[in-house]
Design a binder for this molecule. Structure first.
Ligand SMILES: NC(=O)c1ccc[n+]([C@@H]2O[C@H](COP(=O)([O-])OP(=O)(O)OC[C@H]3O[C@@H](n4cnc5c(N)ncnc54)[C@H](OP(=O)(O)O)[C@@H]3O)[C@@H](O)[C@H]2O)c1
Length: 336
């Protein structure tokens, strides 16, 4: 249980944007971004078949080729199978996240959380990544944002399919850990209520950020702490808006969010703190957090992320964030 001893450090790199999440990224830029992460000491990489219908896995595999496999930790996901036939990526039914990855590969993708599909997905990921093993496997997006009213039926398919397969692979030592990789707290809460199977960790994206953490603090994180299940924080910049980008929840950020970001930024500036340091150090302050995985498509972002991790943030900044009700009173903040 837990993955803290498995991960090489608190900062990983999330490669969703390298699947051409919002724009077509030149190959050299994608390769240079992963190389920058490697050169600056990052040794945990997260990807998924969904990220550009295999594009992120292919790019990450190429960029890591030749690196000693024991020197880094790799996570990918199951739940979507990538087929050889093509489709119109812009016409995919992605629930509230429509339009995502329309610049990715055009391969047809199907949702499938069954045992057979899980094994097939892992085999396909190994080929695209050019490796013979995965360290962590997350069951991807088994939640309402992608599956609407069908999500509980899909969850049941995952519970009796993917979850059991991954637990077996973990117990046999084929993978080192498994869990859910989702943008919602509900499927993780449900999973922590199960007697069996038992995940080691979960990747929670967008729900433990400076902008949004209340719900995770209520039930999910106390239950995770009690069971020794760790959290990897995905989307620590809320898909970009906190770091100076345009997106929140993978869509154009609405005015209310932009206002809140402005208030956090103003406070950060008053204390001489960079917004990235505030975002990353906030996520890492929770005792359940094993790592944070920001994403990027430009090499320059990596140096910012590494610097943000090491920046000294005065305690008064966190006190003022709380005093201005910009973060929950229940959220742990870093201690000096
Ligand atoms: N369901 C799941 O399991 C799930 C869901 C979401 C995320 N995740 C994981 O979490 C990782 C991180 O999430 P994310 O990549 O979606 O979001 P994120 O880390 O919150 O934000 C990444 C975005 O921030 C932008 N950014 C960074 N520095 C910037 C700057 N100085 N100015 C302007 N923009 C800046 C990047 O833009 P550029 O592209 O221009 O560099 C990038 O698009 C993912 O890659 C994935 O590994 C998992």
């Amino acid at each position: 249980m837990g993955i803290k001893s498995l991960l090489p450090g608190p900062l990983g790199f999330g490669t969703a944007p390298l699947g051409n999440m919002f724009r077509a990224i030149p190959e050299e830029e994608a390769a240079a971004t992963v190389a920058a992460a490697w050169d600056q000491g990052i040794r945990y990489f997260d990807t998924a078949p969904f990220y550009g219908a295999g594009l992120s896995e292919i790019r990450l595999g190429e960029a890591l080729a030749g690196r000693p496999r024991d020197a880094y930790v790799l996570s990918t996901k199951v739940g979507r199978v990538i087929h050889d036939e093509v489709e119109d990526p812009a016409a995919r039914e992605l629930g509230e996240k429509g339009g995502l990855f329309e610049h990715g590969r055009p391969n047809r993708m199907t949702d499938d959380y069954t045992a057979d599909a899980t094994l097939r997905s892992i085999e396909d990921s190994l080929k695209r990544l050019g490796t013979d093993r995965l360290d962590i496997v997350w069951v991807h997006d088994i939640a309402q944002d992608f599956h609407g009213d069908q999500w509980l039926a899909r969850y049941e398919s995952a519970r009796t399919g993917a979850f059991r397969v991954l637990q077996k692979l973990r117990d046999e030592g084929v993978i080192k850990a498994w869990g859910l990789g989702v943008n919602k707290v509900e499927p993780i809460e449900l999973t922590l209520d199960l007697d069996e199977p038992r995940p080691d960790a979960f990747l929670l994206a967008g729900r433990y950020t400076l902008l949004d953490h209340d719900r995770a603090l209520q039930r999910l994180l106390p239950a995770a702490a009690e069971q020794g299940v760790d959290m990897v924080v995905g989307g620590p910049y809320s898909s970009g808006v906190l770091a100076g980008g345009r997106h929140f929840e993978y869509q154009e950020a609405p005015p209310a969010i932009l206002d809140k970001v402005d208030r956090i930024k103003a406070l950060a500036e008053r204390h001489g703190v960079s917004i990235k340091a505030a975002a990353l150090q906030f996520a890492l302050a929770h005792p359940a957090t094993a790592a944070v995985v920001p994403g990027a498509t430009r090499p320059s972002r990596i140096a910012e992320d590494v610097a943000a991790l090491h920046e000294t943030v005065p305690a008064a900044f966190w006190t003022d964030l709380r005093a201005e009700n910009l973060i929950s009173a229940a959220a742990p903040v870093p201690t000096a």
